[in-house]
Every structure is written in structure tokens, then in C-alpha cells.
Design a protein around this ligand. Structure first.
Ligand code: NAP
Length: 332
């Protein structure tokens, strides 16, 4: 079988599909034959070698995928050979034609999802769901500001915020076309933040109050303006820094607790990679129930064939994608 294991960090050209032995089926787990692989912006950062300070080659890639179980360990419970499943591996290894997985890494998909949709769900939607429900404690009628709202997590957040009764929802995105997509998903307004200051729109739409909840994933000036956009009791959930590169720890301004105190706002961070599987399982159960109830589906953007991984990474990295970038894997 073929998979991607980085031998060096760098640009998209360091991604190569190479022959590897089939994975060994865990005693209590499964081997899944991949049908689709969902790409995450974090994998762009990993590919550059800037995700963790201790990243070393050879380096496995890929956090989420979907496929069909082709092997089951003798003590595995809950899934059978032939089942269509989601695989999520925060310790990576999903860029492959076959993936081994242990309990907690295999999930039953929501109703009626295609393989592409299944591969775009676990990491991406769990992030948006936890940011809304767990960290943000959002309530119907509260206002939302969602940065990079046309992306994988962003589109999930818009759809979930709307289905949770939040209003108004303000999005931001990097082009006019992306903004139209965000508004078509239910945002009241989407601002092209490359040419316009979204703080004016926040002031106008919230009648000067500021937003109740903000999902921030861009960093830099967008982070600082997001913080300024919070209203009293507003909550900002920080999930990423897509615009920053290199060692971003020094690029993020320090936040004094007195600022939080004076304005009655809060800032929290969410890193799904670092949550344990039992914590996530509770999240997935409630998320799948919510998604089934509201008939929600991931927004799939450009799909690439398995062998076009360089083009797929380039599209995600160069902001030329909307929704989730997916690699389709042939069933042959
Ligand atoms: N903390 C967690 O547990 C967690 C989990 C999943 C994802 N995340 C984070 O959430 C964010 C979204 O992830 P995703 O996989 O769904 O990616 P994505 O949103 O589909 O892609 C990243 C988007 O960031 C925006 N962006 C703004 N400035 C950029 C720049 N200088 N270079 C590249 N992109 C830029 C672009 O949208 P525009 O062109 O519209 O600006 C781009 O499409 C990322 O920061 C990711 O690391 C965090």
C-alpha cells in the first residue's frame, strides 16, 4: 500500500506517496481501507516542521479519513469488517491507503454522509462544536463572529452556530466569493477582511454592543481586532494562527488579566489534539446527534485524487480553497 511519511520538512513538494507494508491490525482494533482523506490546515504547519518543537523525520501525516473496515483484531468490539467508518488519529497516520486504528479512533458516521463528508467531520466539526458548546457555552440569540468562516472549521462553525439559534452571525473571509459562500450558509453578513475592517460591521450589526462569542483562528491583527469586537461577557475561543509562520509564540501579544476584568470578557484556548479520546467520545456523541437532528453536512471544497496531494496542500496553503479539501482514494 501507499502512504505519505515525510523524510524532510518544507513546501508541498516534500509530500510523496511511497510503498509501505500494510499496517498490522491491533489486537483490539481495526485496519481501514481508505476512501477519502480530509486535509487540515494544521497539516500544512506540520509539513513545514513548525507544528511542534520536537517534530522529527520520518514523520507520519494525516489526522482524519474515512473508509471501510477490512480487518478486525480478535478482541475488537463495536465495528465489523465491511463497516463504513470515520477514522481520526491525532497521533497521525491517515495519509495512507490503509490505516490501523484502536478504539476511540474509529467512529460511526452521521446518517447519509458520503466518504468525502465522513473524512471532513471528526477533527473539523469537533473543534467547532467544542468551541461553541464547551468553551463558548453559547446560547440561542447570542451573536457570533467567525474568522476564516469559509474554511473547513469556519463553515462547520457557521452551520453549527446557526443550528444552535445564534444570531446575528458575522463571518470573515479573504475574497468576495468566499464571503458569498459564508452568507449562503446562514451568516447575516460576511466581511472580506483583506479589504475591510470587520470591527465596523460588528459595531453596526450588534448596535455598538460587540459580539457574545468569537472563533479566532487567524492571528496577528485579526486576533487583536477580534478581541476588541467582544461585547460585555463576550467569549473568544482561540483555535489557531493561520496567518503566522515560524515560531509564533513571540508573535502573539501578551494579554493582561486586568483587560479581561475591566471588560468582563474571557479568552480560552482549544487544542483538540491534546484532548483524550474519552473526553472526545462524549463530544462526538452529542455532535452526531445534533448533526443528524438538524440534517447538517460538511461543506466540501476542492477534491483531489490521492496522487494529487501536492496540489491539494498548495490549494489549502495558498488560501485557494473553501470548505474542506479532500483527497479521494480509489477503491481499486
Ligand atoms: N485548535 C484545534 O484543536 C484546531 C483544530 C482544527 C483546526 N484548527 C485551526 O483552525 C484553523 C482552520 O483550520 P482548517 O483546517 O479548517 O483550515 P481552513 O480554514 O480551511 O484554511 C485556513 C484559512 O485561513 C485563512 N487565512 C488567513 N490568513 C492566512 C494566511 N496568511 N495563510 C493561509 N491561510 C490564511 C484562509 O481563509 P481566507 O482566505 O478566507 O482568509 C484559509 O483558507 C487553522 O488555524 C487550524 O490550525 C485548530
Amino acid at each position: 500500500m501507499k502512504k505519505v511519511v515525510l523524510q524532510e520538512f518544507g513546501g508541498p513538494e516534500v509530500l510523496h506517496w511511497v510503498d509501505y507494508p500494510d499496517p498490522i491490525c491491533p489486537e483490539d482494533g481495526w485496519v481501514v481501507e481508505t476512501r477519502a482523506i480530509g486535509l487540515n490546515f494544521a497539516e500544512v504547519v506540520e509539513r513545514r516542521g513548525q507544528y511542534r518543537r520536537d517534530q522529527k523525520t520520518p514523520y507520519e501525516m494525516g489526522k482524519e479519513a474515512s473508509g471501510i473496515i477490512c480487518e478486525k483484531g480478535p478482541s475488537a468490539e463495536g465495528f465489523e469488517v465491511g463497516d463504513a467508518v470515520i477514522v481520526v488519529k491525532f497521533n497521525n497516520g491517515c495519509y495512507g491507503e490503509k490505516i490501523s486504528a484502536v478504539p476511540g479512533q474509529v467512529l460511526l458516521p452521521p446518517e447519509g454522509f458520503s466518504f468525502a463528508e465522513m473524512s471532513s467531520f471528526a477533527n473539523t466539526w469537533a473543534t467547532a462544536w467544542l468551541a461553541l458548546e464547551e468553551m463558548g457555552r453559547v446560547r440561542p440569540g447570542e451573536s457570533a463572529l467567525i474568522q476564516a468562516a469559509a474554511g473547513g472549521v469556519g463553515t462547520a462553525a457557521v452551520l453549527l452556530a446557526r443550528s444552535l439559534g445564534m444570531a446575528p452571525i458575522i463571518g470573515t473571509a479573504g475574497t468576495h466569493e468566499k464571503c458569498r459562500l459564508v452568507e449562503s450558509l446562514g451568516a447575516s453578513r460576511c466581511v472580506d477582511y483583506t479589504s475591510e475592517d470587520f470591527r465596523g460591521t460588528v459595531t453596526e450589526i450588534t448596535k455598538g454592543r460587540g459580539v457574545d462569542w468569537c472563533l479566532e483562528s487567524v492571528g496577528g491583527e485579526v486576533y487583536e481586532r477580534s478581541l476588541e469586537s467582544l461585547g460585555p461577557t463576550g467569549r473568544l475561543v482561540l483555535i489557531g494562527f493561520s496567518s503566522l509562520s515560524g515560531d509564533y509564540s513571540e508573535q502573539i501579544p501578551r494579554l493582561h488579566p486586568l483587560t479581561l476584568f475591566h471588560r468582563s470578557i474571557s479568552v480560552s484556548g482549544l487544542n483538540v489534539d491534546k484532548l483524550d479520546y474519552p473526553t472526545l467520545e462524549g463530544c462526538w456523541d452529542s455532535l452526531v446527534k445534533h448533526v443528524n437532528h438538524h440534517g447538517l453536512r460538511p461543506v466540501i471544497g476542492p477534491s483531489f485524487s490521492f496522487s494529487d496531494i501536492v496540489a491539494a496542500h498548495t490549494a489549502l496553503e495558498s488560501r485557494n480553497s473553501t470548505g474542506k479539501v479532500v483527497l479521494e482514494v480509489d477503491a481499486s
